[in-house]
Every structure is written in structure tokens, then in C-alpha cells.
Write a protein that binds this ligand. Structure first.
Ligand code: ATP
Ligand code: MG
Length: 410
């Protein structure tokens, strides 16, 4: 990996990180961002328990060899939160109360109708000479301390606060405009990671200044392109898009549910769902989006045969002749909910999630996805030889992806 001559280390404090209670996901976030933005790999990552001597010692050690250190955790109000005290000790400075933070904590508590305790105000105590940054996601502030040539960033351990401060306060201080790397993430459906890799690999040679990476969030796969500048990135992105075509459903932070939602919104159309083996998972994904009521009409969890008949207008004969997991029933479910709801689009999923059940023709892992819309009437059969939870997720994602394609092309 491409490295710049800057040595960055991380320190995480907390007994829970050493007892197997909590995994250090904070560092993962920072490492990802650092690589994306700066092309720098963290040189060493240390985890220490909530012990004064250990924290002080590791701060001294790291400050002696690193240019930048990110210290996470132990800034809270409880007696096991020792980081500010240890930082002061390591730097040989006093602890002082920061009046701006005191005021911020008082205001914050007042707004929530809570009374401030002496413990809470401990969080306003920082090493003398530190630069203090208010933490809008929580009470404990972030502070920055210079120790010799090393700049140390101290941030709270709560993942939400940590990520917010890393993204908005730490990284902008590390990455100058000239150094900023560019990144693009293409999100892909319908290809396994190995297939994606095999397809994209031949492009590597034409783009020597681009780093290609993969990440799986089954059943999605993400292709990450990283480069020093737009001039290197843009042609690689264009080649990948041309190569992968309709498999690419989104870029960057956008989700599959968002793509489906915005397509419906753009058309001014509404959707009704009939979900069997996914038990409402598609609806749960779609309703994560604010404003979903503008385009999602309803979702029926039609788990039994009788529910499929009553709520999705499936014919008893079809169930008897073809079984609940069949092309005919998936088609009737999609058409049925669409008609019952009186909306432009109906979509359905029925399948065997396992571990029991299944037939010879449709073994466990078989799902049928149906979409009915203006000029659209399709059923797709998919087979996912996975465990129950993965089959359900694959089916839900499969249906959203089918909807996406049909919404785009109708
Ligand atoms: P608080 O104000 O909540 O006390 P803090 O700065 O003292 O914040 P910690 O007490 O160390 O932070 O941790 C707060 C929460 O964040 C705990 O639930 C802890 O398990 C979690 N946490 C701490 N460090 C990490 C980490 N490196 N990765 C993931 N979670 C973490
Ligand atoms: Mg704490």
C-alpha cells in the first residue's frame, strides 16, 4: 500500500477491549478513513486497560515515536475514566477546568431537564495547554495536546461520538487539500466477490495509479477505487462502470433501498409488498428512509397460505397445484397486492429459508421474486444455498434489486 512519511498510531483505553466484551471497532473506522483520505496506514495500534500507569506510559511511548496519535476512550464522567489525568501526567502539566465546556455541559443538561452532577463536570477538566473541541454528539469534549513533535488527539470512546469527531475534527486537521486522496465505491449486486474480482482484475494494468479493493456486505459487493487524484480515478471508474453495467446499483454511501425509493419518488408511483419468507424485511429496509410514506403504500407479511389468499389475492388452486414457493404464486402475490392496494407497483417474495422444508424441484434456499407494474410482469427464481438468516437477507435484497432494474427500465 502507498505510504507517506508520517507515522500515525492509535491508542484505545478500556478494560472491556481486553476482556473480549467489546471489539475495537473505533480503530477500524479511523484506519479506513485514513487510508481513503491520506493513503496512510496506521503504524501501530495499542490497547490498554483502565490503569493509570499503563495509560500514562503508553502515551509517553507513543508520543516519543509518532507524529500523530489518536487516543480513544476514558474521557467520561466515571471514576474509571482516567485519560485526561494520564495525558496531563505524561505531558507534565496541570489539569484545568475549561469554562467553555462547563457551560456547554450545563446547557446540554438543562435542555434535557437533567441536573448536572460533580461527576459530569469532571468531563470539563483537561490538561493545561490543550486545545479543546466541543463534542456536539456528547458531553465529554475532544482535546488536542502537543507532546514534543507528536500531536495527540483525545476523543471519547463512544463509537457515535468517536466517528463524528474523527470525521469532522481529526481528519480535516491531518489531511491538507493537496494530500487529499480520492475514492469511489461502486456497489454491486448479482456477482459474487470472486466473480467481481475476476471481471475487474484485467483492468488493473491499465490503471497503475489506482488501488482496487473489495468489501463484501452479502449479498452486496463493493468495489473500492482509490487514487491520488481525479485524473487517475475518473478513467478507472468509467472503465469499471462500463464493465459492470447494470450490476452497479449505487455509488458511495447510497443504499439499495434509497435507489428504489428515489426511483419510485421520481415517478410519483407507489409500491405495495407481499412478503413471505422475508417477514417484512423489505418493508423494514424501505421504511428506514424518511418520507417513505410518499411511495410505500403497504406491506403484507403473507406467511401462511390463507394469508396469501386473503391479503394477496392468490388463488387456492394455484397454491394447491404449484405450492406456495412457485413462480405462479409469486406472480399472483405481486399482482394481487398491487390490485388490492390500488397502486402502480406490486412486489412479492416467497421461498424456502430453511433449515427444514423445500422440495426436490425447489430445495431450501430457493426464492421466487415477483414484480408487477406498468408494463412489467416478471418473476425471477434465485437460489441461495445459505443458512436461514442469509437466505432471508439475500431474498430481500434480491427483490429490491429486481425492483430497481424494473423501475429503471420500464
Ligand atoms: P463515556 O462518556 O461514555 O464514558 P468515554 O470516553 O469514557 O465515554 P469509554 O467509557 O471508554 O469512553 O467507552 C464508552 C463506550 O464506548 C463503551 O460502551 C465502550 O465499550 C465503547 N468503546 C470504547 N472504546 C471503543 C472502541 N475502541 N471500539 C468500540 N467501542 C468502544
Ligand atoms: Mg467512560
Amino acid at each position: 500500500v502507498y505510504k507517506r512519511p508520517v507515522r500515525i498510531e492509535t491508542i484505545c483505553t478500556g478494560d472491556e477491549l481486553l476482556t473480549g466484551l467489546t471489539a475495537d471497532t473505533n480503530s477500524v473506522h479511523f484506519q479506513n478513513r485514513l487510508l481513503e483520505r491520506l493513503g496512510v496506514v496506521v503504524r501501530r495500534s495499542t490497547v490498554v486497560p483502565d490503569l493509570r500507569d499503563d495509560i500514562t506510559e503508553v502515551i509517553r511511548e507513543v508520543a516519543a515515536r509518532a507524529d500523530v496519535a489518536l487516543v480513544s476512550g476514558g474521557l467520561g464522567p466515571t471514576s474509571d475514566d482516567l485519560t485526561a489525568e494520564c495525558a496531563a501526567r505524561a505531558a507534565g502539566v496541570e489539569l484545568v477546568e475549561h469554562l467553555g465546556v462547563v457551560q456547554y455541559i450545563r446547557d446540554r443538561f438543562q435542555k434535557r431537564g437533567l441536573t448536572v452532577s460533580a461527576n459530569n463536570l469532571r468531563q470539563a477538566i483537561v490538561p493545561a495547554g490543550a486545545e479543546v473541541v466541543i463534542n456536539t454528539e456528547g458531553s465529554a469534549p475532544m482535546f488536542i495536546l502537543k507532546l514534543g513533535r507528536c500531536t495527540l488527539f483525545f476523543v471519547p470512546g463512544v463509537p457515535r461520538e468517536y466517528r463524528h469527531l474523527v470525521d469532522t475534527e481529526v481528519l480535516p486537521r491531518l489531511v491538507g487539500p493537496k494530500q487529499r486522496r480520492v475514492l469511489c465505491v461502486l456497489k454491486v449486486m448479482g456477482l459474487f466477490e470472486s466473480q467481481l474480482d475476476a471481471k475487474v482484475r484485467p483492468l488493473y494494468a491499465s490503471h497503475p495509479r489506482v488501488t482496487f479493493g473489495y468489501r463484501t456486505q452479502a449479498p452486496e459487493n463493493h468495489l473500492k477505487l482509490l487514487a491520488d487524484d481525479e485524473a487517475a480515478l475518473a478513467p478507472a471508474r468509467a472503465d469499471c462502470l462500463a464493465l459492470l453495467g447494470d450490476h452497479v446499483f449505487a455509488e458511495g454511501e447510497q443504499t439499495l433501498a434509497e435507489v428504489v425509493g428515489s426511483a419510485l419518488k421520481a415517478k410519483g408511483h407507489r409500491l405495495a409488498l407481499a412478503e413471505s419468507c422475508t417477514g417484512g424485511m423489505v418493508a423494514a429496509e424501505l421504511t428506514k428512509l424518511p418520507g417513505a410514506s410518499g411511495w410505500l403504500e403497504s406491506s403484507a407479511v403473507t406467511y401462511t397460505e390463507s394469508a396469501k389468499q386473503r391479503w394477496a389475492c392468490v388463488e387456492a388452486q394455484a397454491l394447491e397445484k404449484h405450492g406456495a414457493v412457485s413462480e405462479v404464486v409469486a406472480r399472483q402475490m405481486a399482482q394481487g397486492v398491487r390490485a388490492a392496494a390500488g397502486v402502480e407497483w406490486g412486489a412479492s417474495v416467497t421461498g424456502f429459508a430453511g433449515p427444514g422444508g423445500g422440495t426436490e424441484a425447489n430445495p431450501v434456499g430457493t426464492v421466487y421474486l415477483g414484480v408487477s407494474g406498468p408494463g412489467v410482469d416478471v418473476v425471477e427464481r434465485q437460489f441461495w444455498p445459505f443458512d436461514r438468516e442469509r437466505v432471508r437477507r439475500a431474498a430481500a435484497w434480491g427483490l429490491m434489486d429486481l425492483l430497481r432494474k424494473k423501475l429503471r427500465h420500464d
